[in-house]
Design a protein around this ligand. Structure first.
Ligand code: GLV
Ligand code: MN
Ligand code: MN
Length: 413
């Protein structure tokens, strides 16, 4: 085992997960630590304290991404970067995202503990708002970093309570202050993100490490169906403009549009809001979201471009507006990084398999800028975006060993 890999401390890494899971901890064992919440600020303070105790440089960028940098012997050389996100779903698990940040931090500590100086700095990033449940779209911090989304536009996004992201970010930074840098440094030498698999394949194949080859493409839409509020007791059905009935018809039509006998298309309506939400008022407005994914760019484009026409054809007496709020092409990771991760897993004697990612990750926005890749570890029964999400201390540590061995090699290039 490499010196750094042998210094990965399974107990310390597990304890850090336990400590983080207290921030936003829920009764069924999961967490609610949504982006730019008080719990997110607490997580930033916690890891910031650990970073300062180690003497690492801690800083933030204009969209709220947080960086922890361990110096290299040539400190001006482009850093090797790892990380993921600390925000969670509203009823999220204890590992989605935070594992990649904590594994990255563990890698920095293992390098320290092994007395290893790398040529390049090694840097951990906690990307802001990967989940996109409070503020849409997801992977926002990495998307703005990459220029895929516009900083000003994202700072103006509001959550469902009307809180504007710019204000939530200012509050978070007041509660968890760090040195702020202007602009976005995209000069990464390489990027590797560790994450739980969020699917069942590693467990089923009795593998410890997923060598991730790419990420399927994804699109998100919001739909607003406008009808007319009316009295539920007096208004004849034939004159109603019932936004809920139209919305249900649209969802059914979209299910048919997205039907895929091979079960590769992923089509989800995860938020469905009916207004005014009064039992005796005909609904006048329905707002719902579509999350739609496919590994093939051509299929993504073909099915995605049909959504508006399908919705308009099914809307009946109401009207519908369709807005596409994100469109991310499928990602193919650099074979150099894929090979490196596989080589390090093999060198550590860890059973591994190549696999694509069904879930989205910040790595998809980093990949156009530098050689990038990901490392997956198993999660129990593949359950994720669920409080029941579970992973073992030894699998988490195994992923961190592959990570630090890969980072060390890249940081000496
Ligand atoms: C990330 O959580 C995703 O939605 O894939
Ligand atoms: Mn995640
Ligand atoms: Mn997630």
């Amino acid at each position: 085992m490499s010196d750094a890999a042998s210094r990965i401390d399974e107990t310390r890494l597990w304890q850090r997960h336990v400590d983080m899971a207290k921030l936003g901890g829920l009764s069924k064992g999961g967490v609610n630590r949504q982006a730019l919440s008080a719990e997110d600020a607490a997580a930033r303070r916690l890891i910031g304290g650990w970073a300062q105790a180690r003497g690492y440089d801690l800083f933030g960028d204009p969209i709220g991404n947080l960086y922890i940098r361990r110096a290299g012997t040539e400190n001006d050389a482009a850093p090797v970067v790892t990380g993921s996100h600390m925000d969670s779903q509203p009823t999220g698990g204890k590992y989605d995202g935070i594992y990649g940040v904590l594994a990255g931090f563990e890698a920095l500590e293992a390098l320290d503990d092994a007395g290893i100086r790398t040529r390049r700095p090694v840097q951990v990033v906690a990307w802001m708002n990967e989940e996109g449940s409070r503020f849409q779209p997801g992977a926002m911090g990495s998307s703005v970093w990459s220029g895929h989304d516009d900083l000003g536009k994202m700072l103006a996004v509001a959550d469902r309570e009307g809180v504007v992201l710019r204000d939530a970010l200012a509050k978070t930074l007041a509660e968890a202050p760090v040195r702020q840098v202007d602009g976005f440094d995209r000069n990464f030498h390489a990027y590797i993100e560790a994450h739980i698999e969020q699917g069942p394949r590693l467990e089923a194949g009795a593998k410890t490490i997923g060598v991730v080859t790419g990420i399927q493409g994804s699109q998100r839409y919001t739909l607003d169906i406008i009808g007319e509020e009316a009295h539920a007791g007096t208004t004849p059905l034939r004159v109603r403009k019932d936004a809920l009935k139209s919305a249900v018809a649209i969802v059914a039509a979209l299910e048919r549009h997205m039907h895929d006998p091979a079960d590769v298309v992923r089509f989800t309506v995860g938020r469905f809001e009916c207004r005014p939400g009064s039992p005796n008022t005909v609904p006048g407005h329905v707002h719902f979201t579509i999350d739609f994914r496919h590994p093939d760019a051509a299929v993504l484009a073909r099915l995605g471009s049909g959504i508006e026409a399908v919705a308009k054809a099914a809307v009946g007496p109401c009207s519908v507006t369709v807005e596409r709020i994100t469109d991310v092409a499928p990602t193919v990771f650099d074979p150099r990084i894929v090979d490196l991760v596989r080589e390090k897993a093999n060198a550590l004697g860890l059973p591994n398999m190549d696999m694509p990612s069904g879930a989205g990750h910040d790595a998809m926005h980093v990949a156009p800028f530098c050689p990038s890749g990901m490392i997956f570890v198993p999660c129990e029964r593949g359950i994720s975006h669920n409080e029941a999400e579970a992973a073992t201390p030894s699998d988490l540590a195994a992923g961190a060993r592959v990570l630090v061995a890969s980072l060390e090699a890249l940081a000496n290039e």
